[in-house]
Write a protein that binds this ligand. Structure first.
Ligand SMILES: [Zn+2]
Length: 88
C-alpha cells in the first residue's frame, strides 16, 4: 500500500538528517604553520590550489606547497565533514 511506504520513508533516523555537508568557500582562510618557526599564517584555498611558494612573515622561510599537501588537506577536511567549493 502506497501510504505505508511513505510513512516508512519519513521515519528515517535523525542521524541521516544530521549529516550535513559544510561547504567551504574557496576564500576560507587555512592556518598553516611554518616548518622552521611554527608561526601560523592564514592562506585561502584558492591561493593554495595554485601550489604557491609559502613565505613565512616571521622568519622568511620559503617552501613549496605541494600537490600532496593540498590533497592531504582536502581529505582531512572531507573527513571532518567539510567540502571545498571548487569555484575559486
Ligand atoms: Zn617561520
Amino acid at each position: 500500500m502506497l501510504l505505508n511506504v511513505n510513512s516508512q520513508i519519513s521515519e528515517q533516523p535523525e542521524s541521516t538528517h544530521a549529516r550535513v555537508a559544510n561547504i567551504l568557500p574557496a576564500n576560507t582562510p587555512m592556518p598553516l604553520a611554518c616548518d622552521a618557526c611554527d608561526h601560523e599564517q592564514d592562506y585561502n584555498m584558492s591561493f593554495l590550489r595554485s601550489l604557491p611558494q609559502l613565505v613565512c612573515s616571521q622568519c622568511s622561510d620559503t617552501r613549496q606547497f605541494s600537490r600532496f599537501e593540498l590533497t592531504a588537506l582536502e581529505v582531512a577536511l572531507n573527513n571532518m565533514g567539510y567540502y571545498l567549493s571548487k569555484t575559486a
